[in-house]
Ligand binder design. Structure first.
Ligand code: ZN
Length: 98
């Protein structure tokens, strides 16, 4: 047995367990914006965040067991975006308060 043989074998098993190809999933996104006031200094603050979920075989509907459709996932993204509570306090303001 030579070195090349020892090196090749684990790689063969790795490939069988974890295929080297990658599959990327996309999904609906939603950008949410909130305008408020910093509770400490009173200045106007704008916060934005992008919400995103993927449409994939792993994201399933709990009731039907089927992968969620784009529309179903978009509904989840909307719900998450609407439930978002932004923190309007500036970092320096939060630090000066403590
Ligand atoms: Zn502030």
């Amino acid at each position: 047995m030579n070195d090349a043989c020892l090196r090749r074998r684990p790689r063969y098993w790795e490939e069988r367990l974890m295929p080297s190809y990658e599959v990327t999933f996309t999904g609906p996104t939603r950008r949410e914006e909130r305008i408020g006031k910093c509770p400490t200094c009173g200045k106007r603050v704008k916060r934005s965040r992008v919400f995103e979920k993927t449409v994939s075989p792993f994201n399933r509907n709990r009731d039907t067991g089927l992968p969620k459709t784009w529309v179903e996932v978009a509904r989840d993204v909307d719900a998450e975006a609407e439930a978002w509570v932004a923190n309007f306090e500036h970092w320096p303001c939060a630090e000066s308060r403590t």
